[in-house]
Ligand binder design. Structure first.
Ligand SMILES: *Cc1c(COP(=O)(O)O)cnc(C)c1O
Length: 440
């Protein structure tokens, strides 16, 4: 259970090589080249002394798969490596990962400052779920980092945002917001789901913790739920604001997480006090499926970016399209930040596969467009190899009134595309014929 990125020599491996190899090695018992699926709940102890040292966290090893599992550990090491992090914890879903990331450091009476442009599920988790636990969240317009500073309180213990917001497709200025968080002695937690570790490593820009819905681009095929929390390893947890990171844990044998485990103490606390206690762990089979996805992440992300940019350019020139929002377009208000923070693909900032556009004819035309698509799939997901399409105002955001829709940045005519990796000619053909039928 060594949660260190594997390096071996001082040769600096590229992203694609690490996406295929990091954290894995041929099975020492059987020689199996692919990572085995360790579909077991428990692990046999060598002897009584080994058992007690494992329970005391003096020896690393596996006890029970709610705490750790060798297949899951390969995924944890792989994503930690791809994010340039120190350690990672895999969880049952993206929502479980966010919960673990925050509950590892927050308790009743604490406060979060978050971007207002978050994934809908996260708005619910913070605004309803955490608020029931007595953890309050203030949402601020992330366009101006000063808004985060203004919302900070003495009991603020985390700042939260998404690299690329969904469905606004806005880009966060991670470095500026990290500076605000650090000036107040609290960590910046970034949901990097939409960018994926290939396009952006938020830790490089000063974030302290990264969370992923691995369900999306990491898995990449719309088959498997999973989430990951990655720790950067640089946050000073002994700054007086996080006594539970420093003092003996009531939840685990009196261990002092920061003193004992140092730069992966936060991950150990999330593992032992959240996943072990609340149980939202990733299954070995799902970890294995997500590892298959991770091996082609770099190839797929490049193609997602190329295809999405072509779709955005096509829509921009289409007479039945009112507006297009894609950070990869040079005219986008988010283009400069995309350029600064995202890996280039074919010389342009790789801005992932999500874009939105407004169709002539408003909500009615939006619904007709979706029904007119031949192979674009109408469903509520992103980050699939398949191109996905949804009309938020009639589906994911249906309960909101006009004012709430406006605040969420969802207009009645908005169509969201998660551009897949099919042949671009076919994607453009389907969009073109659906636009023609929807606006006839
Ligand atoms: C899907 C998603 C989540 C939630 O992840 P699940 O795996 O569905 O639980 C969180 N954040 C973002 C940006 C997402 O797209």
């Amino acid at each position: 259970m060594a949660h260190t990125p594997s390096s071996g020599t001082d040769h600096a491996y590229g992203f694609g090589t690490r996406a295929i190899h990091a954290g894995a090695q041929p099975d020492p018992v059987t020689g199996a080249r692919a990572t085995p699926i360790h579909q077991t709940t428990s692990f046999v102890f060598d002897d009584a002394e080994h058992a007690s040292s494992l329970f005391n966290l003096q020896t690393f090893g596996n006890v029970y798969s709610r705490i750790s599992n060798p297949t899951v550990a390969v995924l944890e090491e792989r994503i930690a490596n791809l994010e340039g992090g120190r350690a990672a914890l895999a969880c049952a879903s993206g929502m479980a990962a966010q919960m673990a990331a925050l509950l590892a450091i927050l308790k009743t009476g604490d406060h979060i400052v978050a971007a207002s442009t978050l994934y809908g599920g996260t708005v619910g988790q913070l605004g309803v779920g955490f608020s029931r636990l007595g953890i309050e969240t203030t949402c601020v317009d992330p366009a101006d980092p000063e808004n985060f500073a203004r919302a900070m309180r003495p009991n603020t213990r985390a700042v939260y945002g998404e690299t690329i917001g969904n469905p606004l497709v806005n880009v966060l200025d991670i470095a500026a917001i990290a500076e605000v968080a650090h000036a107040h002695g609290v960590p910046l937690v970034i949901d990097n789901t939409v960018a994926s570790p290939y396009l952006c490593n938020p830790l490089q820009f000063g974030a302290d913790i990264v969370v992923h819905s691995a369900t999306k681009y990491i898995g990449g095929h719309g088959t498997t739920m999973g989430g990951v929390v990655v720790e950067g390893g640089k946050f000073p947890w002994d700054n007086g604001k996080f006594p539970e990171m420093v003092e003996p844990s009531r939840a685990y044998h009196g261990v002092k997480f920061y003193e004992t485990f140092g730069d992966f103490g936060y991950t150990m606390k999330a593992r032992m006090e959240v996943n072990r206690t609340f149980g939202g762990v990733l299954s070995p089979l799902n970890a294995w499926l997500l590892l298959q996805g991770a091996e082609t992440l770099h190839l797929r992300m490049r193609e997602h970016c190329r295809n999405a940019l072509q779709v955005a350019q096509f829509l921009q020139g289409h007479p039945k399209v009112r507006w297009v929002n894609y950070p990869g377009l040079p005219g986008s208000p988010h283009h400069a930040l995309a350029h600064k923070q995202f890996r280039a693909v074919d010389g342009a900032p790789g801005a992932s596969g999500i874009l939105t556009f407004g169709i002539e004819g408003g909500a009615a035309a939006g619904e007709k467009f979706i029904d007119a698509c031949e192979f674009l799939s109408h469903l509520a997901n992103i980050g699939d190899a398949k191109t996905l399409v949804i009309h938020p105002a009639s589906t994911t955001h249906r309960q909101l009134n006009d004012e709430e829709l406006a605040r969420a940045g969802v207009s009645a005519d908005m169509v969201r595309l998660s551009v897949g990796v099919e042949d671009i000619d076919d994607i453009l053909w389907d969009i073109d014929q659906a636009l023609a039928r929807a606006t006839a």
